[in-house]
Design a protein around this ligand. Sequence first.
Ligand code: NDP
Length: 396
Amino acid sequence: MSKVLIIGAGGVGQVVVHKCAQNPEVFSEIMLASRTKSKCDKIASQIESKYAQKIQTASVDADYPENVVKLLQSFKPELVINVALPYQDLAIMDACLECKVNYMDTANYEPKDVAKFEYKWQWAYQERYKQAKIMALLGCGFDPGVTNVFTAYMKKHYFNKMQMVDIADCNAGSHGKAFATNFNPEINIREITQNGRYYENGAWKEIPGMSVHKPIYYPEVGDKESYLLFHEELESLVKHFPEIERIRFWMTFSEQYLTHLRVLENVGMTRIDPVKFQGMDIIPLEFLKALLPEPASLGENYSGKTCIGVQIEGLDKNNQSAKKFIYNVCDHAESFKETGTQAVSYTTGVPVMIGAMMMLTGKWKGTGVFNVEQFDPDPFMEKLNIHGLPWKETTF
Ligand code: NDP
């Protein structure tokens, strides 16, 4: 029986609240807080009509630790689940430190003015969290999150040595809009428009954005052109599994999406530096975000599936060459039926709830700052099968 504070009432937040409300034996009291309180109230009323559970709501600007501290002092949760934006990570971590409350999130901190995807800012809290005897769990969505757990599971059960690792993320769904992003547009476009990066033989290699691509076969979906990007779990997986010789991340995009993105980039709409307009400073990407559909609004009429998994080549427990592909397939329409959101929010929100469950039930415990691959993958893998994200294994 635990009290949790969820911060962020977007697409992912909506799924997290649904999944926590489905498990009242663990999440006995839930508060949802976000910048815009009306969004929290809307989600709370959906939950009340579906599960007869009361969700408390509050307004908070989590850019400032003192605001979060106030909320923590009045609500007194055991855990803060941060599903707002990566910009708020450090402010929320500071507030948790001050109030000695456990913390988790799904995306590493990013400064607003540079698109940098690194754990260094959050890993720097290690000693302070240890001393405060609290725990932070970083990156517990699908990727990062489940992909890290899949890798840890493969290491535990199949491989003596994982040599080549490819994380492959396919969204073969269709939302019927000319251009939209499946999670926060600002964060999504920052991620895709930076240079690609992968790790090979002890060094990071950089390539121009979207310049390397190849078809990958995704079970239940088929062959899809996939583009090499940098993604934050590469950094933590290389740190925690130093045996990995090469690790890359691949993501699919439709031609229509890429054409729109190219045009937006060419005309400067994806810039993150301020531009003077009628005497005001405007950040083009922030303005573009205001025009694009919110991820939480895409669910209705979304059809098709996502397939996200990890392909590993290496030496099995008998030191024989082996190849494994471990993955989940998720259906957009099914996700919408259950939680009112599309599968990208669903595949992120379910592992958030499971990670929180692991912490609150003591299956994953410790003091300090952790990535999910540092814990026993088995209880988490078991819960994925129960709570809506069943996984399968094959070869490739
Ligand atoms: P949305 O844009 O739909 O939602 C973000 C929410 O955060 C909004 O409700 C927004 O409020 C709120 N918010 C923004 N700034 C603040 C602030 N200063 N204080 C309080 N609340 C704030 O994004 P998603 O739900 O799609 O994504 C949520 C997070 O999940 C992101 O960090 C994203 O990077 C991460 N993610 C992780 C994935 C993974 O697999 N690991 C995959 C997909 C997403 P308002 O409505 O007022 O703007």
